[in-house]
Design a protein around this ligand. Structure first.
Ligand code: NAP
Length: 312
C-alpha cells in the first residue's frame, strides 16, 4: 500500500512538473517573439492595402495607425474630434509616406455607419483595429454613482465592434485573408466591480472575438482580442509610464509581434506576466466589500496622484 502511494504521488508530482514545464516553454514566445514565431515584415501588407483604425485621434488608436503605416499599409483613421484627427493623420502621412484617409465619427451614435461604409467603399482593407472604447466613469465608482451614459457606452464599446466587423469581414471573407484586432481590457477578464459597465462591455468583446475567430479561422482570417492592463493615454490621463503602464507606442509595437499567438493576448510581456499572477487571486477578494472600499478611497487617491493631468 505504501509503495503504491509513493508511486501515485511520484506520478502526480511528475505530471505537475511536466504541466508547469510545458506552460513555461509556451510562455517563452512572449519573451522571444522574434525567435518563436517571427511575423515577417511583409505580413501586415500581405493582408491588404489598407488598415482601418477606430478611435485613432490619440492614444492606442493613433499608435496603431502609426505602426501599421510603418509596416506598409495605408490607413483610414476614424475618430471623434476633427482637429486631433487631422493633426494625427498629417503626422502619420509625413512620417511614413503612406496614404491616410480620415473619417470623423462619434461612435456613441448609431447613425455614423452609413457614412463610414460609403467612405470605405472600394478600399482593399486587410486590417481592422476595433480600438475605440470609453469608461463609464474615469474613476472607479458604484453603478448608481456613475454618469448616466449606459447607452453611449454600449454603442461605443460594443455596437461599434459588431458594426465595423460586419462591414469589413465580408470582403475579408471573399479574399480569404485579413486581420481583426479587437481591444478589450484586463478589467474585462473578470466581473470587475466599480467598473461594472466597462468590465461587462469588454467581456462581450472578448467572447465575441473568440467565437468569431472559431467561425472564420478556416477562412484564413485572424481575429484576436488584445487585453491591455495599463497604457498611458488620454483614458488614463497620461498616467506616468512604469513597469506595468506602457506608452501607447511601446504597447502597440510589442502587441503587433503577437498577432499570430492565438485568439487572445495581453499585448506586451509585462501584461502577460501580470495576467498570470492575477489569475491566482480568488474572485472573492475583488468582490469583497473591504476591497471595494479600499479601491474607492486609497486607490482613487493614488490614481489622481499618478495622473499627469487630472482635468484634461
Ligand atoms: N489606456 C488603457 O490603459 C487601456 C487599458 C485597457 C484597455 N484599453 C482599451 O484600449 C482602447 C483604446 O484606449 P485609449 O486609452 O487609447 O483610449 P482613449 O485615450 O480614451 O481614446 C483616444 C481616442 O479615441 C477617440 N474616441 C473616444 N471616444 C470616441 C467616440 N465615441 N467616437 C469616436 N472616437 C472616440 C478619442 O477621440 P477624441 O480625439 O475626440 O478625444 C481619441 O482620439 C479602448 O477600447 C480602451 O477601452 C485601454
Amino acid at each position: 500500500m505504501e509503495a503504491f502511494q509513493h508511486q501515485l504521488f511520484t506520478l502526480i508530482g511528475g505530471l505537475i512538473c511536466f504541466y508547469v514545464l510545458v506552460k513555461c516553454i509556451r510562455f517563452m514566445k512572449y519573451i522571444f517573439p522574434h525567435m518563436w514565431s517571427a511575423v515577417p515584415q511583409t505580413f501586415f501588407r500581405s493582408m491588404g492595402e489598407w488598415a482601418v483604425v477606430t478611435g485613432a485621434g490619440e492614444g492606442l488608436g493613433r499608435a496603431y495607425s502609426f505602426e501599421l503605416a510603418k509596416r506598409g499599409l495605408n490607413v483610414v483613421m476614424i475618430s471623434r474630434t476633427l482637429e486631433k484627427l487631422q493633426r494625427a493623420a498629417t503626422e502619420v502621412e509625413q512620417t511614413t509616406g503612406q496614404k491616410v484617409k480620415i473619417i470623423q465619427a462619434d461612435f456613441t451614435k448609431n447613425s455614423v455607419y452609413e457614412n463610414i461604409e460609403k467612405n470605405l467603399q472600394g478600399l482593399d482593407i486587410g486590417v481592422l483595429v476595433n480600438n475605440v472604447g470609453m469608461l463609464h466613469n474615469p474613476l472607479p465608482c458604484r453603478f448608481l454613482n456613475g454618469s448616466d451614459i449606459d447607452e453611449s457606452l454600449v454603442n461605443c464599446n460594443i455596437i461599434s465592434v459588431t458594426k465595423m466587423t460586419k462591414m469589413i469581414l465580408k470582403q475579408m471573407e471573399s479574399r480569404r485573408k485579413g486581420l481583426i484586432l479587437n481591444l478589450s481590457s484586463g478589467l474585462g477578464t473578470f466581473p470587475c466591480p466599480l467598473y461594472t459597465m466597462y468590465s461587462a462591455s469588454k467581456a462581450f468583446i472578448s467572447t465575441f472575438s473568440k467565437a468569431l475567430q472559431a467561425e472564420y479561422k478556416a477562412k484564413g482570417i485572424i481575429i484576436q482580442v488584445v487585453t491591455p492592463y495599463g497604457v498611458s493615454t488620454p483614458m488614463t490621463r497620461y498616467q506616468k509610464p512604469d513597469l506595468i503602464t506602457k506608452t501607447a507606442e511601446e504597447f502597440v509595437s510589442e502587441s503587433l509581434q503577437y498577432v499570430t499567438f492565438g485568439d487572445e493576448v495581453f499585448g506586451c510581456l509585462a501584461h502577460e506576466v501580470l495576467a498570470r499572477v492575477l489569475q491566482f487571486v480568488p474572485l472573492w477578494v475583488f468582490h469583497s466589500n473591504r476591497f471595494q472600499e479600499t479601491v474607492l478611497h486609497s486607490f482613487t487617491n493614488y490614481l489622481k496622484k499618478m495622473w499627469r493631468n487630472p482635468n484634461p
